[in-house]
Design a protein around this ligand. Structure first.
Ligand code: TYM
Length: 331
């Protein structure tokens, strides 16, 4: 049988996993587990590029691991580990930094956003963040990377960096492969403000571990088609962020028809429409919340999953580093 292709992907331990993470990335991570050999990572070293407290980072990191297990990352099929447990990531990042141009880093929109959010703490780590991301992927010689749309610029740069490294040091060989992005439906989920992508930092998100009541408190005031001032005003679903969420959570075509005709014909109001969405969101994520309790109650199991995966990852990463060091002439 042909060997499975390998995918790598990572997530920051930013506190609350939200619907954007779920739809743009994690749901795909889960569904790709049979087709690919999967390596999934909580990127704690990326998280230290903005101000934080050590105890809080430790807590967020382990919580992110538990969240991913609850979401369906299956340790019998996939590797799931914490970035700092595999030191070769940072070793390769240093090497790749020597093949990255400052101009390319300066173009990164995530850097510009974060630098303006944390203007008192713009450090070199924040600037070189995409190099560590390139190393995360290349250290496992991954073929593909499932991500949301906001990561495409970083992935394009990662390809450029390894191309440059291979071109200069590979002697005609591709030492590090250029990984392809895998982007699917839900790759750009907008926040409840309807203005920016859903994110923790914009506080416009629904957390996937939130209880139904808490979700409703956020969904009820969420922005809809601004032309629908009263229930009797007909609306246009294409101008409504709630419709884009319906398309991602609808249980059937009939639900979509109900929303479309109800909104354009003003036979349902935005509250009715949001209530139906709430039901469908909750149907999808309630089982995740339940599974989370199981994993959170069995920390020895979680710790063992991380240790086993990290041991495998260190061996695999060392294979890459041996070749890289050889090519560089440092061994
Ligand atoms: P992070 O932690 O911001 O997000 C994790 C994943 O969730 C996706 N995502 C979204 N998708 C759709 N709509 C949204 N509103 C939304 N918000 C987040 C992201 O695209 C991502 O796939 N730099 C990365 C982490 C990382 C990484 C890597 C990813 C580090 N090394 C190597 C891939 C490969 C980040 O900050 O993701």
């Amino acid at each position: 049988m042909a060997q499975k292709k390998r995918i790598f992907s990572g997530i920051q331990p930013s506190g609350d996993l939200h619907l954007g993470n779920w739809l743009g990335a994690i749901k795909n991570w889960v569904s790709l587990q049979d087709e690919y050999e999967c390596v999934y990572c909580v990127v704690d070293y990326h998280a230290i590029t903005i101000p934080y407290e050590a105890d809080d980072l430790r807590r967020r990191t382990i919580n992110a691991v538990i969240d991913l297990l609850a979401c369906g990352v299956d340790p019998d099929k996939s590797k799931l580990f914490v970035q700092s447990h595999v030191p070769q990531h940072t070793e390769l990042a240093w090497v790749l930094a020597c093949y990255t141009s400052l101009g390319d880093l300066e173009r990164m929109t995530q850097f510009k956003d974060k630098a303006s959010q944390h203007s008192q703490h713009v450090n070199a780590g924040l600037f070189t963040y995409p190099i560590l991301q390139a190393a995360d992927i290349a250290i496992y010689r991954a073929d593909a990377v499932p991500v949301g749309e906001d990561q495409l610029q970083h992935l394009e740069l990662a390809r450029e960096i390894v191309r440059r490294f291979n071109g200069r040091m590979g002697g005609g060989r591709e030492i590090l492969p250029e990984a392809q992005a895998i982007v699917r439906a839900g790759a750009r989920v907008m926040g409840l403000d309807g203005d920016a992508k859903m994110s923790k930092s914009k506080n416009n998100y629904i957390g996937i571990m939130e209880e139904k009541d808490a979700i409703w408190k956020k969904l009820a005031p969420a922005k809809t088609d601004e032309k629908r001032l009263r229930k009797t005003d007909p609306g246009n679903p294409e101008d409504c962020n709630i419709w884009s969420l319906h398309k991602l959570f609808a249980d059937s075509e009939e639900t979509l028809d109900w929303v479309r005709t109800g909104c354009t014909g003003a036979s349902i109001g935005c509250v009715d429409c949001k209530r139906r969405l709430l039901e469908n969101i909750d149907a999808e994520i309630a089982p995740i919340r339940e599974r989370r309790k199981e994993f959170a109650g069995d920390m020895p199991r979680v710790t063992k999953i991380l240790a086993d995966s990290a041991a495998w990852c260190r061996d695999e990463a060392e294979i890459t580093m041996r070749e890289v060091r050889q090519a560089l002439g440092v061994r």
